[in-house]
Design a binder for this molecule. Structure first.
Ligand code: HEM
Length: 370
């Protein structure tokens, strides 16, 4: 169903959200565990980085244009007005350690849309941004924050202990995935475990995985490459042999090549709360029920890359969170709710440990991070 006027989204109702028993305790334990990870890393590297998605492959200055002529169900929140906004895009890999890129792990992409007007989310009143924080797979893999905490505790125990072990695991998983692909199937389980393809990060699609309010409705959001030069990178193998920072180099090379880069921001509206639940983060919402539909285009022009030192300095000043945004895009469901306090605690630890206060960009000029 690609005709957006045929989508009949369900209006948000408070009863669709059902906080878990003990959610406050789970949040506190997540903060504690992730603080332990960040503190271990800060101790061993002398610098506090993000406890998740520490490795930065590029910070890009972009422009978002809301598409004209959106039907009412898509012209909601940020997308209600046909306008353009400056955007900052950060590409990353999931772990707390800056492992060599051939350790293939889930990749992240965070957007900060700047100068957005409207009622703000609690805690985000001082900002003007709408952030979208995404990963290169359609579902979170665990149903809720409690299950995620259990897995996180296991992973946290290995932080900074054995990068070689992780490398081995990754190679093993990738090898296994190739076997699966050879027989014609894509292994979702292996990808969830970290057995990603060694592909170019600019060719991938990225997903919020978990839902947010979409004005009157509820939606998941994704970013898909649409310009031919980006699409040519989809699934293309990146040579990572002897190149620990192959992804940063590849991103930089792309943006100095002069090729235009364009993505579509798409939303999938919730039309059936049973098939498209808010509280099960592992559920992939059915695309036969409701497709991802385009609401905006994001362009990035030629730009030179930042040096590793400049990237680190910029990382210290910046924080992305699904809770930096408009009340019209309030994050929904267990995983989203706990992220509010967890991201805030993580950014505060980084700021105090590094002695560098955060500077939320408010204008296009603030995107010059050199
Ligand atoms: C309970 C679940 C989750 C927890 C506890 C969690 C925790 C965190 C923390 C602590 C940070 C670092 C924040 C900072 O210091 O600025 C972070 C960053 C990040 N997370 Fe999550 N996260 C969760 C779920 C997700 C989901 C569902 C996604 C995407 C689908 C995601 C994608 C990312 C990305 C891309 C970043 C890096 C943002 C940046 O570039 O600064 N996370 N997460």
């Amino acid at each position: 169903m690609s005709d957006p006027t045929l989508v009949h989204p369900l209006r948000y109702q408070r009863e669709f959200e059902k906080p878990e028993d003990g959610e406050a305790e789970t949040t506190a334990a997540l903060i504690d565990t992730l603080h332990g990870v960040a503190a271990t890393m800060a101790e061993s590297t002398g610098h506090a980085r993000r406890s998740v998605h520490a490795k930065n492959h590029g910070l890009l200055r972009c422009t978002l244009e809301v598409l004209p002529g959106l039907p009412p169900q898509l012209a909601q929140g940020l997308f209600a007005q046909v306008r353009s906004y400056p955007v900052l895009m950060r590409l990353s890999t999931a772990p707390a350690e800056e492992l060599p890129d051939n350790v293939s792990l889930p990749r992240g992409l965070a957007l900060k849309v700047i100068g957005v007007e409207g009622e703000r989310l609690p805690g985000s009143e001082a900002h003007t941004s709408q952030d979208f924080v995404m990963v290169d797979g359609p579902s979170f893999g665990r149903p809720d924050a409690r299950h995620f905490l259990k897995d996180l505790k296991r992973a946290a125990a290995t932080t900074d202990k054995s990068p070689a072990g992780k490398q081995f695991l990754s190679l093993l998983l990738r090898g296994a995935e190739r076997v699966v692909e050879a027989v014609g199937a894509e292994s979702g389980t292996l990808i969830a475990l970290g057995g990603h393809r060694q592909s170019h990060p600019l060719g991938e699609s990225y997903f919020t995985q978990v839902p947010l309010l979409y004005g009157l409705f509820m939606a998941k959001v994704m970013l898909a490459p649409v310009s031919p030069a980006l699409q040519a990178l989809t699934g293309s193998a990146l040579d990572m042999k002897g190149k620990p920072d192959a992804m940063r180099e590849a991103v930089e090379q792309f943006f100095t090549s002069g090729e235009p880069a364009e993505w579509e921001l798409r939303v999938q509206l919730c039309t059936d709360i049973d098939r498209m639940p808010l509280e099960d983060a592992s559920a992939v919402w059915a695309e036969d029920e409701s497709q991802f539909l385009p609401v905006a285009r994001i362009h990035a022009a030629w730009q030179s890359g930042l040096s590793p030192d400049a990237l680190l300095a910029a990382d210290d000043r910046l924080a992305f969170s699904p809770w930096h945004g408009l009340a019209a895009h309030r994050p929904l469901g267990s995983v989203m709710r706990v992220r509010k306090a967890v991201y805030e605690a993580s950014r505060q630890f980084r700021a105090s440990r590094n002695g560098c206060p955060l500077h939320e960009p408010q204008h296009a000029d603030d995107l010059d991070l050199r």
